[in-house]
Design a protein around this ligand. Sequence first.
Ligand SMILES: [Zn+2]
Length: 259
Amino acid sequence: MTPGTNLGAFNAPAIADSLRGLTADPDRPNLYEIAQALGVRSITTDSYLDRLGHTSWYGGSPAIVLQGGQAPSRQRFTLAHELAHTFLRHGRTDDSGLSAAPATRPHFRREEWQADSVAGCLLVPEYAVARLRDHRNDDGSSIATLADIRQTAATYRVSNSVVARRLSDFDQSRHWLLINLKRLPRGHWFTWRIIGRLRGIDAVMEVLESNDSIFDSLSDRDSSIVFLARFGNHIFQLSGSGNRRDDLILILVDRVRRV
Ligand SMILES: [Zn+2]
């Protein structure tokens, strides 16, 4: 594939394969090798950068700056994201990462989404995501758990969120959601962040206060959890595995049922 082509038919896995092909070990792509092959003139870090990453073009030669002080897995993702911009010739000043650009700039937002998708495909190979999708427990039941997500994230040196988003994009047969809850000062839990989506539902998720005792009983060890959440006018029962560390909860949802 030629850089900058096929924006109409965007195919993140194919683009990631092209990038992987630029390295000696496509299974464990060295991002610095890819940068060199793409003609990146420099990769530097700047502790004062007001965004996670930034690519500037000087003629045909991009320079990448990464915000200093990011967690290693986060910085690795940011670099992969900037390399995707470079490959796709997104030649402009931009912010970087999973956070969306301002909604008034739909063109930029699409490029951010594309760079995130390519970065995810580059860092977590398809066979690893397929293995999570096809996971079977000893008792024959399926379902990858939080522990499986964590293990895959550690193997590929990315965050849990990157793996969860890959799984959600890849496995159309389930509603994979990775949910962070935070406890408010007055005691209730609220939805802080969701990776993945409930297919066909655009509404924002809101956990129901009747779940509070369920959430409070979670410990720091993964255990199964079933709770109710409202999406717009609809209430769903969500099932999966979760853990709690003080006022933060992490849940991987794998089953969803409307009630
Ligand atoms: Zn970006």
